[in-house]
Design a protein around this ligand. Structure first.
Ligand SMILES: Cc1cc2nc3c(=O)[nH]c(=O)nc-3n(C[C@H](O)[C@H](O)[C@H](O)COP(=O)(O)O)c2cc1C
Length: 182
């Protein structure tokens, strides 16, 4: 049976660069793996007052995360950190206290930016949060994809062969990591 890996992008933007990388990943999943998008755009802002309540969007999201065999985060950098929507999603699925559904999931991080340092700040802020949530995050290879706007075609699809090859290697390392820690 194939393993299902959730892709969570830190961007809510239509035609986003993160979504472009997600499309490549979905279409080039290693054998035995299915990558599927997990939506975070419709999650209400986390509020601890809701912890005892059945908020439909929260419950659906927590159950989706719980069912995954792993999670791949693909994110832009917002002001040298992770976008608020992504932090919101991380917080929602970490609670109520004692019911952190990220716990023990294998994970990996890809950051991208039109800038030269490829979202390094966001990548490492995200890794810090994932360490606390006990996501077993792939250490190497790291993935900071800079100048993303130069790597796509007129439809926004990833067209740089070098980056495609890098991502293929990254996905092989990620799936090997999942096999190791699962
Ligand atoms: C609020 C905001 C803050 C940003 N801050 C940074 C930043 O600190 N570093 C960076 O490299 N790019 C920054 N950017 C640019 C985005 O990271 C960049 O446009 C990204 O590639 C967009 O990804 P997306 O298409 O997946 O949304 C910022 C963009 C926004 C909207």
């Amino acid at each position: 049976m194939s393993k299902t890996i959730g892709i969570i992008t830190g961007s809510l933007r239509k035609n986003s660069f993160s979504g472009s990388i997600a499309d490549y990943v979905k279409n080039h999943a290693p054998e035995g793996y299915v990558f599927k998008m997990i939506d975070i755009g419709s999650l209400p802002l986390y509020n601890q007052d809701y912890d005892g309540e059945d908020i439909k969007e929260y419950t659906t999201f927590r159950n989706e995360v719980k069912a995954l065999d792993g999670v791949l985060f693909i994110t832009p950098e917002h002001n040298r950190s992770i976008p608020a929507a992504l932090k919101n999603a991380l917080d929602i699925a970490s609670r109520p206290y004692g019911a952190n559904v990220w716990n023990g999931k294998p994970g990996a991080v890809i950051s991208q930016s039109p800038g030269g340092i490829g979202g390094f700040g966001a990548n490492h802020h995200l890794r810090q949060v994932l360490a606390f949530l006990n996501v077993l995050t792939l250490a190497q290879p790291e993935a900071y994809i800079g100048a993303y706007h130069t790597l796509i075609d007129e439809n926004g699809a990833l067209s740089s062969e070098a980056t495609q090859q890098f991502l293929n290697g990254f996905l092989s390392a990620f799936t090997a990591w999942i096999e190791k820690v699962s």
